[in-house]
Design a protein around this ligand. Structure first.
Ligand SMILES: Cc1cc2nc3c(=O)[nH]c(=O)nc-3n(C[C@H](O)[C@H](O)[C@H](O)COP(=O)(O)O)c2cc1C
Length: 199
């Protein structure tokens, strides 16, 4: 039987599970696998940290020259997967990715540790590197350049927001009789169709 849910519902449930995970996971409870597809339709996946989750979407930050950012430029469709081993829970999310505003990215960038901000300037993420020395030289260069002053956000580093059209909340049950609840967006009514599916 299909039920319906308010637009905020799956975001609220995700945040509830995340709050549980924050108590039990040894580290990085907000880590999420992000799958993208390149111009040749080949998928790739890597972890990112989810920095915000609300009805506008799920936000992560990265280098705009990276492979994932290049993929998203060619094809904004993406998927995310949370799996918390300590909770035996998984959430699958699918949707389209849009860039965050510059102000939002500036605000998050300013909250990062100084060394992480310098690292963002120094890293040509996903590009070939001659050796670690090259990266260390770039870190030294930007450390000297910024001194004790402000470190602005590089224009090649920013945020993306995955705007979901589908969620699946997976809950472990004994004997692999797991529970799976899906939320599919009904964009016209601005609500979700809820369906329970077989494990
Ligand atoms: C737990 C974890 C969290 C990560 N968080 C981020 C992140 O928030 N942003 C990011 O750009 N890379 C993050 N990384 C590194 C990415 O997984 C990946 O190595 C990098 O972004 C380059 O990916 P790409 O070449 O597909 O663009 C994280 C890695 C791990 C293991």
């Amino acid at each position: 039987m299909t039920k319906t849910a308010d637009f905020e519902a799956p975001f609220g449930l995700l945040n509830e599970w995340l709050a549980e995970a924050e108590k039990s996971e040894p580290n990085d409870p907000s880590a999420v696998a992000l799958a993208t597809v390149d111009e040749a339709h080949c998928p790739s996946v890597r972890m990112v940290l989810m920095k915000a989750c609300n009805p506008q979407g799920l936000v992560f930050y990265t280098n705009l020259g990276s492979r994932k950012a290049q993929d998203l430029k060619a094809n904004p469709n993406a998927a995310m997967l949370f799996h918390w081993k300590t909770l035996r829970k998984q959430i699958r999310i699918e949707g389209k990715v849009v860039p965050t505003g510059g102000d939002e990215a500036d605000k998050y960038f300013a909250s990062r540790a100084r060394t992480s901000r310098i690292g963002a300037w120094a890293s040509k993420q996903s590009q070939p590197m001659e050796g670690r020395f090259e990266f260390e030289a770039a870190i030294a260069k930007y450390t000297a350049k910024f001194g004790a002053g402000d470190i602005p956000r590089p224009e090649f580093w920013s945020g993306f927001r995955l705007v979901p059209r589908y969620f699946e909340f997976w809950n472990d049950r004994r004997f692999r009789l797991h529970e799976r609840i899906t939320y599919s967006l009904d964009a016209e009514k601005n609500q979700w169709d809820l369906t329970e599916i077989y494990p």
